[in-house]
Unconditional design. Structure first.
Length: 320
């Protein structure tokens, strides 16, 4: 091979490599998938750049707005090392916090209790959520009693396995839009909305709950909840439904036809004090493995019709 041809090929290779890098940056600017960086890792390294140089484009970024009068907020970061997060505070003239912009590195796999017990938050807005690493959101907004609004416009839950206690005790939350939630890999939803006493409507029709195993106390204590749009996906791995609708005084109807309950062992207090329900169709419920059915229909004041055609109670030890 002639030196001229070799040199031309070498130049062409460099041009192609730079072109691909420009494509990478274009995807970055358009908030595309983190995997693009991974796929082009070898190209980036050939151009004497490290992956860390590009990670800054793939952070979890959100803004939090505290109530008036607060001058400090302490978040429960999953890792104490400051290299994993950055905070930018915007203050009022009197020194009070107006808003805080938080950036978290993309290799964080857990956001467990990040906002736990933050009683002074009124709104959280997610600006970007391009991490595909987060597996746990357990207790993410736990006991944020003053929180009234969460903007999930940019929110990625595609790898999340645990959503238990996620909105537990968010007593001021009246509306919540979860339509862009990807729950195909979630195993745990127990106590997810436990104690959300102000919320009136929850639309989970876009949820995929095919892998969920635990829904214990999922809507427990949602005393003002009137409408629940449940997903229509099969629940073949579901094992625990105890207290799922406990104290849902205001719920007027429940569509549970798609629920597969053949593995469920605990139905304890499932519809405890659901006083506003008139009819309940559980004809598809298979209860052959049920052990506990205690207080399952306790205090049904207005219930007129219940379909239980597939109920089998041979293994049940408690029906008190």
């Amino acid at each position: 091979m002639s030196e001229k041809i070799y040199r031309n090929r070498n130049i062409l290779s460099k041009i192609r490599s730079k072109y691909i890098l420009r494509r990478v940056f274009a995807y970055v600017e358009n908030k595309r998938m983190l995997t693009i960086i991974r796929y082009n890792k070898n190209i980036i390294e050939k151009n004497n750049k490290s992956i860390d140089d590009y990670k800054k484009y793939y952070q979890i970024i959100f803004e939090i707005y505290p109530l008036n009068g607060f001058k400090d907020i302490n978040l429960n970061f999953p890792k104490s090392d400051e290299k994993y997060y950055h905070l930018y505070t915007e203050n009022e003239d009197n020194g009070k916090i107006k808003k805080i912009r938080v950036e978290i590195a993309p290799d964080i796999i857990s956001l467990y209790g990040l906002f736990k017990n933050q009683y002074n938050l009124k709104m959280i807005k997610f600006i970007e959520f391009n991490s595909f690493e987060v597996e746990s959101m357990c207790g993410l907004f736990y006991n944020c009693t003053k929180l009234k609004k969460i903007d999930f416009s940019y929110f990625n839950t595609s790898s999340v396995k645990d959503m238990s206690f996620m909105f537990y005790g968010c007593t001021s939350l009246k509306k919540i839009n979860l339509k862009n939630f990807n729950t195909k890999n979630v195993y745990y939803m127990n106590s997810m909305f436990h104690g959300c006493s102000s919320i009136e409507d929850i639309d989970l029709s876009t949820f995929n709950i095919s892998k969920v195993q635990d829904m214990n106390s999922m809507f427990s204590g949602c005393i003002n909840l009137i409408n629940i749009k449940l997903p229509h996906t099969n629940t073949e791995y579901l094992q625990n439904m105890s207290k799922m609708f406990y104290n849902c005084y205001s719920v007027t109807q429940l569509y549970l036809k798609s629920f597969n309950t053949h593995l469920v062992k605990d139905f304890c207090c499932l519809f405890f004090e659901c006083e506003s329900l008139n009819e309940l169709d559980l004809s598809n419920f298979v209860t052959e493995n049920a052990i506990n059915m205690s207080c399952m229909f306790f205090k049904y004041l207005n219930l007129r019709k219940v379909l239980l055609s597939n109920f089998i109670t041979t293994k049940v030890m408690d029906m008190s």
